[in-house]
Structures are given as C-alpha cells and as structure tokens.
Design a protein around this ligand. Structure first.
Ligand SMILES: NC(=O)c1ccc[n+]([C@@H]2O[C@H](COP(=O)([O-])OP(=O)(O)OC[C@H]3O[C@@H](n4cnc5c(N)ncnc54)[C@H](O)[C@@H]3O)[C@@H](O)[C@H]2O)c1
Ligand SMILES: O=CCCC(=O)O
Length: 490
C-alpha cells in the first residue's frame, strides 16, 4: 500500500536531465514494492541517446560551475542537507517502499545520506594545495586541486539514497557536475534528491539522473567511453566493476569503485561477549544482511564459542521479519528472488559440508515472496561457499578458531577486502589484527562504524578510492603542479 507522504510531489515521475523532468519515453519500466510486489509507478526506460543529452548538458554546465566559489557550492550542499532532514520521514518512506528495509533503518539511512552533504558543505572550502621546496633554487613550485570534470555515478539498490549522496556531495563540493544512474529497482530515492536540487535552483546540468532498466549495459558503456565524462564512480558488485574497468580503458578514465565485501568478525576469548553479540547482530543483520559491510563470517575463539553460539541464536530468534512499515517488526524483506536464491544456495552448501542448524529460518511465503527469516549455522568451515563469497542476506555463519595466526589467515583468504571487525579487550590483539587484516576498514569493538567522517573503501577486489572524510574529495579533483622557473636570485 502506498505510504502517505507529507510532500506527495517527492515521488517524481521522470528522469532529471539539464534541469528538466523527462517523463516521455519510447518505453517505461515499472518499479515494484518488494514487500507486496505492487507497482509503485512507471518511469522512462531511457537509452543511450538520453545519456548523450545528459553528457552534453553536464559538460556545458561544467564550464561555469568549475568557476563557482567553494562557498557557493557549500551553500547548495548545506541547503540540501537541511531539506533532507526536514523531510526525513517522507524520504525514509520512499526507501522502505521501494527497497523493503525497515522504516527505522530507512530513517537512519536518510540521516546518514544527508550527513554527506553536511560534511562536504564543510569540506568544500578546504580544498588545499601545497607549496614545495624545489631542487632547483631558481624554481618555485606549488600544487593546486581542480575539479576533474563531469562524473558518471552508478549506484546499487541497497542504499538508494546514501550511495548517491556519498559520491555526489564530494563531486559537487569539488565543482563537478554529476550524471547518476541509480538501480532500476530503487530510482525514486534518487529522484527525490533531484527534486530538492531543482527547488534549490542548482544550475542546470549539474545534478542529472538518467533512468534505465533495459539499456543499462549500453548506458554504462557510453559513460565509460565518453571523452566528456572524466570520472566514473561506481558502487555495486565486483563483476560489474570489472566490466566498467575494462570499458574505461579506452579513455583511461579516473575510476573509484566500491565493490563487494566478505567481512569477517573475529571475537577473542577476552572480548565483552554481550557487546560482541549485540554488535555482531547489528552488523550481520543490517538491511537483513544486504549491506556491503555486513558480517559474512563470524570467527569465534574456542573458549567462548559455545556460549556465543547459544546467546547469539537466542537473540536472533527474537527477530520479527515483516513489512518494513510495520513498526512491530524488527526487519523488512529482501530485495528480490535472486537474493533469496543466494542465501538458500549458501545454506545448502554449508549443510552438505557439516554445518549445524541453530536457527532454521527460511522463506516466509505467508508474508510475501521476498520475506526470509534469518538462519544461524554453527560449525562452519573454510571449504564452504559462505567462507569465500558474500552471501548478502540473512545467514549468520559461525566458525570456531583457536589461534590468532589461523584466524588472520582465514580472514584474509578471500578475494575481497572491504570491512572487518575485531572484538577484544586486549590492545595487543586489536593492534595485531588491525595491522594484519587485509581490509580497507577495521572496526574494533563495534559493529556499526560507517560515518561521513571516515574514509570508506576497500582493497583487493573490493575496489579502490575512498568516499567520505577529508580524503573523499581527492577522487573528484586533479592535482596540478605549477613550477615558476628562473626567479632572479638577489
Ligand atoms: N563497497 C560498497 O560501498 C558497496 C555498497 C553497496 C553495495 N555494494 C555491493 O553491491 C552489490 C549489490 O548490488 P547489486 O547486486 O545490485 O550490484 P550490481 O553491480 O548488479 O548493480 C549496481 C549498479 O550497477 C548497474 N549495472 C549493472 N550492470 C551494469 C553494466 N553492465 N554497466 C553499467 N552499470 C551496470 C546496476 O543497474 C546498478 O545501478 C554487492 O556486491 C555489494 O557488496 C558495495
Ligand atoms: O552497503 C554498503 C554501504 C554501507 C555503509 O555505508 O554503511
């Protein structure tokens, strides 16, 4: 059922290119509520020609936008932050409607998403160059940072607002126009951001949203091969990241990729066990397991293993999965059937290799086709699929370890390296783990660590580039070195 919005116009009806709402199209695609499969609405299914228009207009807009002062850009960012916070309930309802996550999580996402605009409103005036002591005594050298140019932004469905703001805020702060291609399953949250920028009279062509379901690969190719788009920022799966990287070779485009994860949580015997359990649950089941930083593997040291498994399972058995709008529930639904299939596949594989069921979980068709009660498995081992691949769903796989060397090896024995977690009261364990885990982010004694202030990003096949923090803006700028020679010596 459609949620009631205070501002019904926030549910926009078209793509947003060059300051225009585009509702006409040869064909349209439907967006469904994953909880009920009811149609939320229809939007233009755009193709390569539409992206051409977006590229031309963004490119034209760059010629003037790059000359705006950081303070001017900062004001847009501050104003959109305020608008998001003023309309947090509506924006959260849109997320729950199109993504299925629980409304409390959706409210959390909007505040988190808005915080990137606030952060980069403050960073925009702090883009610094350096002066350098040259080797040649008659030279003077300094650096300046300038906006890279038009940025193509491709985002997933799991954080329909925050994955856009994390990129767009830094890009706009630096002076770059953006062309955003959101996932076709969750486009309305992206369009709501365009609605606010439209109200703020952000210059035409700076914030563009193209929409597509049927022509995504062609649009991706156009973005990669365009000489007018100077950078692609992508959040999504590692497989698509690899395709975009290959396609971008022809233009040697600047890239930043936030790709899949496979986060280990390592709990040592000396950890505060109650804290470790509550935080492991918070990490594992955020978005019902559909976040790139969700714990995928829980490595528990042998001295507390049995107690951890029992208490963890008891807590998970209290979950109530249901429609994300139902505040008596704790968790919403999964995005689609493919998500359910992957969870089932990992469970089947683990059970065939000796995992023990602590909480059976499973599909709950009485609620709808995309509802899945969480599963907890103990006695998991390194030969299982869940040890190697990101489940991206509500399966908690618990492994036992005894030695720190083993758990470091197991944690690192994957292709990905995004988030990792350590629970211990021993500062030596914390240091050893932080220094030896091959991950872009190490979270100690907390399961929720992401924030606009930290550099978010991965290593290995989790990608490269950092978003958020003072570092996030670097990816949207180029560093120029200026040398002034033959300064007379007096
Ligand atoms: N590292 C991070 O910050 C982060 C954050 C959220 C999600 N993720 C990852 O994203 C994945 C989940 O999202 P998904 O399965 O929807 O990812 P996906 O890669 O299938 O889709 C992501 C986006 O890429 C687009 N896309 C798909 N094929 C494309 C192509 N050929 N050219 C251009 N664009 C294309 C999609 O339409 C969507 O907008 C998980 O692996 C998760 O870990 C990573
Ligand atoms: O899904 C990945 C993003 C999660 C976050 O930023 O907290």
């Amino acid at each position: 059922m459609a949620p009631k919005l205070n501002l019904p116009e926030l549910l926009c009806k078209g793509a947003y290119i060059n300051g225009q709402w585009i509702t006409d199209a040869k064909s349209k695609f439907q967006v469904q509520d994953p909880a009920t499969l009811e149609v939320i609405g229809e939007l233009p299914d755009q193709g390569p020609d539409d992206i051409d228009i977006a590229i031309e207009s963004a490119s034209a807009a760059f010629t003037t936008f790059k000359k705006t002062t950081p303070r001017e850009r900062s004001k847009y960012l501050r104003d959109i932050y305020n608008l998001m916070i003023e309309n947090v309930d509506d924006l959260a309802k849109i997320i729950t409607w199109e993504n299925g996550k629980h409304i409390n999580e959706a409210i959390g996402e909007i505040k988190y998403a808005a915080s990137y605009f606030e952060w980069y409103a403050e960073e925009a005036p702090r883009i610094y160059g350096t002066t350098i002591q040259p080797t040649n005594p008659t030279n003077r050298v300094f650096t300046m940072r300038q906006p890279v140019g038009v940025c193509g932004i491709i985002t997933p469905w799991n954080f329909p607002s925050a994955m856009i703001t994390r990129k767009a805020a830094a890009a706009i702060a630096a002076g770059c126009p953006v062309i955003i291609k959101p996932d076709h399953q969750t486009p309305y949250s992206a369009l709501a951001l365009a609605y606010f920028f439209d109200k703020l009279n952000l210059p035409k062509g700076i914030f563009n949203i193209v929409l597509s379901k049927s022509h995504v690969p062609e649009i991706g190719l156009k973005m990669c091969e365009s000489t007018k788009i100077k950078k692609i920022s992508f959040t999504g799966s590692t497989n698509i990241g690899k395709i975009l990287m290959k396609q971008s070779a022809s233009t040697l485009k600047k890239l930043s990729f936030e790709l899949g994860g496979n986060a280990p949580i390592v709990v040592f015997d000396d950890a505060d066990i109650n804290l470790a359990i509550s935080q492991s649950i918070a990490s594992k089941f955020r978005g019902l397991g559909q976040t790139c930083v969700c714990a995928n593997r829980l490595y528990i040291q042998q001295g507390i293993y049995d107690k951890f498994v029992e208490k963890f399972s008891k807590e998970v058995s209290k979950f109530k999965v249901g429609n994300g709008f139902d505040t008596s529930c704790t968790h919403g639904c999964l995005i689609n059937q493919l998500a359910i299939d992957k969870v089932k596949d990992h469970i089947k594989d683990a059970l065939s290799k000796g995992a023990v069921v602590k909480i059976k979980g499973g599909r709950d068709d009485s609620l709808g086709p995309n509802f899945y009660n969480p599963t907890v498995l103990s006695n998991c081992t390194q030969d299982m699929k869940v040890a190697k691949e990101e489940t991206f769903g509500p399966l908690a796989a618990i492994f036992k370890f005894s030695d720190i060397e083993d758990v470091i090896h197991w944690s690192n024995d994957v292709e990905h390296g995004l988030a990792s977690y350590v629970f211990s009261k021993d500062i030596n364990n914390i240091y050893i783990m932080a220094e030896n885990l091959e991950y872009g982010m190490i979270s100690c004694n907390t399961g929720i660590f992401t924030d606009s202030s930290i550099p978010f990003g991965g290593v290995k096949e989790s990608g490269f580039g950092r978003e958020g923090s003072l570092h996030g803006i670097d990816d949207y700028t180029i560093l120029k070195a200026v040398t002034i020679g033959n300064i007379p010596q007096i």
